[in-house]
Ligand binder design. Structure first.
Ligand code: NAD
Length: 356
């Protein structure tokens, strides 16, 4: 694999390989694009089989963060970090303080946060070495209520586009996953008078949600066959694939899970089947908005207000899809790219105190 070639393919600005032999730390920090602001994205701690696998993951994830921040209307660019190794290891202080020192060396061009395999306690170790870290214990806290609120307004926008009214009262929604996002989403929908079908591999979580909202429990394997107006995936990625698409009996797919389409072509296939798809990284942008709120010292109410703008973003994306004759997942990318290009064009004017 040619490293510069893989960096060029996705237009990355900078990729830093980091090593500290004393604790066997090996990390990669990828900065995709800082046109809109400092590159923000979590640190993933994973036992990658090879350096190549780790590099591909960090390049893909950091690019995704540029797009997510751009459509959320934030002054943030996209970045991501990976640490290669066993994420259950006990000597976390050495690993994460080392990581923090490398993050600090970038002088704020990259801001890190928690991700798969890391915890808020790990981020506290990072914080010993750098201020360029978010998601710390005792600050903005669990992002799920804001994420779920963004998903809720995104579903309303999809309903508006599909049925001419954004009321979800009397609409049926099948929710996959009764975890943090799923249960908050269920509570917003229940409050509005939606009929809910819920599933999870954890029976206890299903029971709690059924008791709280009067939802009907569905087997995890049959959720894709559930007749409903809306399917809201809030658990796994890649659940829109060759096997599930023929089974869906819904008009809208809109939920909080990351990477819902197994492959980009599945967006086109949903369109062909007449299913309205709200692109995942747009509708679940509330988590990133919550982090942005932490950086700016916002109250959770203010973050929620910003997340409410997801409604307009979804409508804008549907309008682009219609105008250009492209699937909504491609239209989301178009919206993100248009914003980055517009801001980049603006920066030709010299200002002594410009942000960049
Ligand atoms: P979570 O771990 O709290 O909940 C996920 C739930 O899915 C768990 O209850 C789990 O038991 C269930 N689950 C796992 N496999 C399942 C299966 N096969 N069928 C049914 N249920 C299954 O996670 P979360 O924070 O609620 O996040 C849910 C999704 O949303 C993830 O894809 C996450 O990446 C994404 N997301 C979350 C946030 C956030 O703020 N938490 C932000 C953006 C995106």
């Amino acid at each position: 694999m040619d490293i510069f070639e893989s960096i060029q393919v996705r237009n990355h600005e900078q990729v830093m390989f980091c090593y500290e032999p004393s604790c066997g730390y090996q990390g990669i920090i990828a900065i995709h694009d800082t046109t809109l602001g400092p590159a923000l994205g979590g640190t993933r701690f994973w036992n990658y089989k090879s350096t190549e696998e780790a590099l591909v993951d960090v390049l893909r994830l950091s690019r995704g963060m540029t797009y997510k921040a751009a459509v959320a209307g934030l002054s943030l660019g996209g970045g991501k970090a990976v640490i290669i190794g066993n994420n259950k290891r006990n000597d976390r202080e050495a690993v994460f303080r080392t990581h923090g020192r490398f993050v600090e060396s970038l002088g704020g061009r990259y801001i890190t946060a928690e991700d798969v395999g890391t915890s808020p306690a790990d981020m506290d170790f990072v914080h010993f070495e750098t201020d360029h870290v978010t998601g710390l214990q005792g600050l903005s806290g669990d992002p799920s209520p804001v994420t779920a609120y963004g998903v809720y307004v995104g579903i309303k926008a999809a309903a508006k586009s599909r049925w001419g009214s954004d009321s979800l009262s009397g609409r049926s929604v099948a929710i996959q996953g009764c975890g943090n996002v799923g249960r908050w989403l269920a509570s917003y929908l229940h409050e509005e008078g939606s009929t809910l079908f819920v599933t999870d591999v954890d029976d206890g979580k299903v029971k709690r949600l059924v008791d709280a909202t009067g939802a009907t429990a569905v087997d995890p394997d049959t959720i894709y066959d559930q007749s409903a107006d809306i399917f809201a995936p809030c658990a796994l990625g890649a659940i829109v694939n060759d096997k599930t698409i023929p089974r869906f009996k819904v008009e809208i797919i809109a939920g909080g899970a990351n990477n819902q389409l197994a492959e980009a072509r599945h967006g086109k296939e949903l369109e062909s089947k007449g299913i309205t798809y709200a692109p995942d990284y747009v509708i679940n942008g509330g988590g990133l908005i919550n982090v942005w709120g932490e950086i700016n010292g916002w109250t959770s109410e203010r973050s929620k207000k910003k997340a409410a703008e997801i409604y307009d973003a979804i409508l804008k994306i549907f309008a682009i899809a219609e105008r250009e004759g492209i699937p909504t997942n491609e239209a989301a990318d178009r919206l993100a790219e248009e914003r980055v290009l517009a801001v980049r064009a603006m920066s030709k004017m010299w200002l002594s105190r410009a942000r960049r």
